[in-house]
Write a protein that binds this ligand. Structure first.
Ligand SMILES: *Cc1c(COP(=O)(O)O)cnc(C)c1O
Length: 361
């Protein structure tokens, strides 16, 4: 089969989300807030009269205009994608030639490396230290050293929950010759967006998604903001009907209720704050666990016992995300958070992360 399936595909490890039934799912950074019934009824009405036989609007004009209005930007600079994942794949697949270098940081969103390797680009990584932060200067010097043509990172970052101030992002963009792609999937939870700067810069693409704060992960809708030449290029290389008609119609209906969306985002922020507080309190009682500050809808925890904690949570029906020594815990409903905290406390008390005897290992 080696001649039929390119070697670079053989080398790729498939993305394997957790399968199975876990009563508490805090592993995918989804919103725990459901749509209100009145809005669900509105959506049902749209489905019942929907023209399923017609191709959708190739530029998803209506939903793009509503998304732009929600964020206070001009829709002319936005390109809609089938999730921001499609846009990441599109950018890394079309804006790089084979063997050209893309720079990411590590840890960061794993799909950057995935799509870069699919396209045959070379992926260079800069390792973050224990602070889990990366400075713009460090990214720039790594980019120059590696002769990178493209820098991509998430801000605030998944899975670290840390962020780079807008000023630094813009400095990096203005100091770099190549393309800078800033993935703002979690920027609804922080205030350092550069979304409105994208139109003004020749080498900046800002990605946003409806999957996190807006609670529409299942619809698959994301946007890229960029200057006119980049926007034209993106629209040229995307497949013509990339965003499904139902997705466009459903998301447009939801975006017509910005008050509902803002209230949902505020509930997520409050939940995350309380989860962070409770985890910090636990970490104060036991050694071997560090809770990071968060700019997102999840809390990142580092522990040499991450594996034991992860398995222990899973056996109690609680699913979080594990990346080596990090656990990424999505803010859930009050009940979900309480279940998580109680199980976490139990595991720590049983010695999954301390007390003191384990220090220094
Ligand atoms: C969730 C996430 C995305 C994916 O968003 P979709 O629009 O659902 O494809 C992109 N980037 C980061 C950093 C994410 O965490």
């Amino acid at each position: 089969m080696s001649e039929i399936i390119p070697e670079r595909i053989g080398r790729i490890a498939p993305y394997e989300p957790v399968q199975g039934d876990y009563p508490v799912r805090l592993d995918a950074n989804e919103s725990f807030v459901g749509l209100p019934q009145s809005l669900r009824d509105e959506l049902a009405g749209i489905v019942s009269g929907f023209a399923f036989n017609r191709y959708p609007d190739p530029l998803a004009g209506e939903v793009t205009a509503l998304f732009a209005a929600y964020h206070g930007v001009d829709p002319a600079y936005l390109t809609a994608g089938n999730g921001s994942d499609e846009l990441i794949a599109l950018i890394l697949g079309s804006f790089l030639d084979r063997g050209e270098c893309v720079l990411t940081a590590s840890p960061d969103f794993s799909m950057y490396r995935f799509y870069a390797s699919l396209s045959g680009a070379r992926c260079a990584q800069i390792q973050k230290d224990e602070s889990l932060c990366v400075a713009a200067e460090a990214l720039l010097s790594a980019a120059l050293r590696e002769k990178a043509r493209l820098i991509i990172f998430s801000n605030p970052c998944n899975p670290t929950a840390q962020g780079m101030p807008a000023k630094e992002v813009l400095w990096l963009t203005d100091s770099f010759d190549g393309l800078v792609v800033v993935d703002e999937a979690y920027m609804d939870f922080w205030d350092q967006s550069v979304l409105d700067e994208a139109a003004l810069r020749p080498n900046l693409i800002v990605l946003r998604t409806c999957s996190k704060a807006l609670g529409l992960a299942s619809l698959r809708l994301g946007f890229a903001a960029a200057c006119p030449p980049l926007t034209q290029a993106l629209r040229k290389v995307k497949s013509p009907y990339n965003v499904g008609g139902l997705t466009q119609a459903m998301a447009a209906a939801v975006l017509r209720h910005p008050d509902v969306l803002r209230e949902a985002a505020a509930r997520v922020v409050a939940s995350c704050r309380s989860l962070h507080g409770a985890l910090t309190e636990l970490a104060g009682k036991y050694s071997g666990i560090r809770v990071y500050p968060t700019r997102t809808n999840f809390v990142t925890v580092a522990s040499p016992y991450a594996g034991r904690l992860y398995d222990g949570l899973l056996s109690r029906g609680i699913c979080v995300r594990r990346l080596d020594a990090l656990l990424r815990i999505t803010a859930g409903s009050e009940t979900e958070n309480a279940v998580l905290i109680s199980a976490f406390g139990e595991l720590l008390a049983q010695g999954a992360g301390g007390p003191d005897t384990t220090q220094g290992r």
